[in-house]
Design a protein around this ligand. Structure first.
Ligand code: AMP
Length: 448
């Protein structure tokens, strides 16, 4: 039973899946869909990129399609809660797409968009409502919405809800749900408070776990580039001279940092835009649209804004700043490995970020290979950055507290398989240590 037909989904849904071009269910879909069709609760430990949206949407649509009566005004039969507007909009698109051959109505409500059309759509009745917590509560408080007809409740990205301070809102919302319901909860990570929330919401759930280490991370070619903080922008524009970096998501830690990077890239002639919490909803949607259509080449984002963004064919993720939460690294690089595809993730690491790198290497249980063949390689930072303890991957050096990065893991490789972005005529750079040879071959010089 490895195809969609074997999972028990209704014909109109199978048709939509075929229209989308999916042939094989992803592991999370294989493991969740039958249980969900059977009405079980589910705890899904998975991140975006695993196919989790279809894993919950397909069985939801299947169950709703069994009763085709018109939805009651202001009383949806299914509620999907997502932490960000972008994610809510994307889930809503998926619901529409997978439900295109069904007579089901759905809508998304989120802040930053006018509430009036949302009120009007709700009053006409929808089967599926996708919402962010704040706007949902507004609508409930203004009596434009009741949750007592909800048969299925789906909480997506619960850990991000926690990070964004939405758990009290989530609790208010769940208190308004009927006790008799099917509940699904997804989270990329399982901190204690999320486990507590799962215990309180779920009834004897099936647990499906898709470990990021064995899915996304392994498909992505990862490199770390040691660079001084004040050289990061120059390094970025240098890398982007390589046109093979066709569609790149650049992550910064702060919103201002994102704006600064965009300005720098634009000055360097790279079409770029930013997406972060200070941007209006319209601005964000426009930036995303331009990125999807290829009108801009670089989208610079903060973690929260980028969460849930689903853009196909992201060729590269560049961590301009390393995230201080190692899980965010997994989320970020997952953007370039959507449902089976691979990609390249390049992470800049300055002096202060060495500890972040160590924590990342610990959770992904890999040593990220060093790319030192670039003009801004900071050998001092590289040598001061020991790789994380990860058993056999690491050679122990007793009697040396300041353990050095194992040269075995310090590969001098080029981005894009021997075609470095930064190659200059002559192909020779001094990389801080004059005695280091570059491994660049002659054809690299053409990439200038
Ligand atoms: P998600 O994890 O829900 O964000 O999905 C990631 C991407 O995978 C989306 O672009 C989906 O359209 C795509 N996708 C989901 N399921 C499948 C599948 N079975 N085969 C191919 N692509 C899929």
């Amino acid at each position: 039973m490895t195809d969609f037909a074997g999972l028990g989904l209704a014909q109109p849904i199978l048709r939509a899946i075929t229209d989308e071009g999916y042939t094989t269910p992803t592991p999370i879909q294989l493991n969740s869909i039958p249980a969900l069709i059977g009405g079980r609760d589910l705890l899904g430990v998975a991140q975006t990129g695993t196919g989790k949206t279809a894993a919950f949407t397909l069985p939801l649509l299947h169950r709703l399609s069994l009763d085709t009566s018109k939805p009651k005004s202001r009383q949806p039969r299914a509620l999907i809660l997502a932490p960000t507007r972008e994610l809510a909009a994307q889930i809503s698109d998926s619901v529409r797409c997978y439900g295109q051959h069904l007579r089901l109505r759905s809508t998304a409500v989120f802040g930053g968009a006018s509430i009036r059309p949302q009120i009007s759509t709700l009053s006409q009745g929808v089967h599926v409502l996708v919402a962010t917590p704040g706007r949902l509560l507004d609508l409930m408080n203004q009596r434009h919405l009741r949750l007592d007809s909800v048969e299925t409740f789906i909480l997506d990205e619960a850990d991000r809800m926690l990070d964004m301070g939405f758990i009290p809102d989530v609790k208010k919302i769940t208190a308004a749900l009927p006790n008799k319901r099917q509940t699904l909860m997804f989270s990329a990570t399982m901190p204690k408070s999320i486990e507590g929330l799962a215990d309180s919401l779920l009834n004897n759930p099936t647990r499906v776990e898709v470990a990021p280490t064995s899915t996304t991370v392994e498909k992505v070619e990862q490199h770390v580039l040691f660079v001084a903080k004040d050289k990061k922008r120059s390094l970025l524009s240098e890398l982007l001279k390589d046109q093979d970096i066709a569609r790149v998501l650049v992550f910064t830690r702060t919103k201002h940092g994102a704006d600064r990077v965009v300005r720098h890239l634009q000055q360097a002639g790279v079409r770029a835009d930013a997406i972060h919490g200070n941007k209006t909803q319209n601005n964000r949607q426009r930036a995303l649209k331009s990125f999807r259509s290829g009108r801009i080449r670089a989208l610079v984002a903060t973690d929260i804004a980028a969460r849930g963004i689903d853009v196909e064919d992201v060729t590269h993720v560049i961590n301009f700043d390393l995230p201080n939460e190692p899980e965010s690294y997994v989320h970020r690089i997952g953007r370039t490995a959507r449902a089976g595809a691979g990609g390249i993730a390049l992470s800049f690491c300055d002096h202060e970020e060495r500890a972040y790198l160590r924590n990342i290497e610990r959770i992904i249980r890999q040593c990220v290979p060093v790319l030192e063949d670039h003009p801004f390689h900071a050998a001092d930072i590289a040598n001061a950055a020991p790789p994380a303890k990860r058993g056999q991957n690491r050679k122990r050096r007793p009697n040396n507290n300041q353990q050095r990065r194992n040269p075995q893991h310090t590969k001098r490789i080029s981005v894009n398989g021997g075609k470095p972005a930064h190659a200059k005529a002559g192909g020779k750079h001094s990389h801080g240590k004059g005695n280091r040879k570059t491994t660049r071959s002659n054809n690299n010089d053409k990439a200038a």
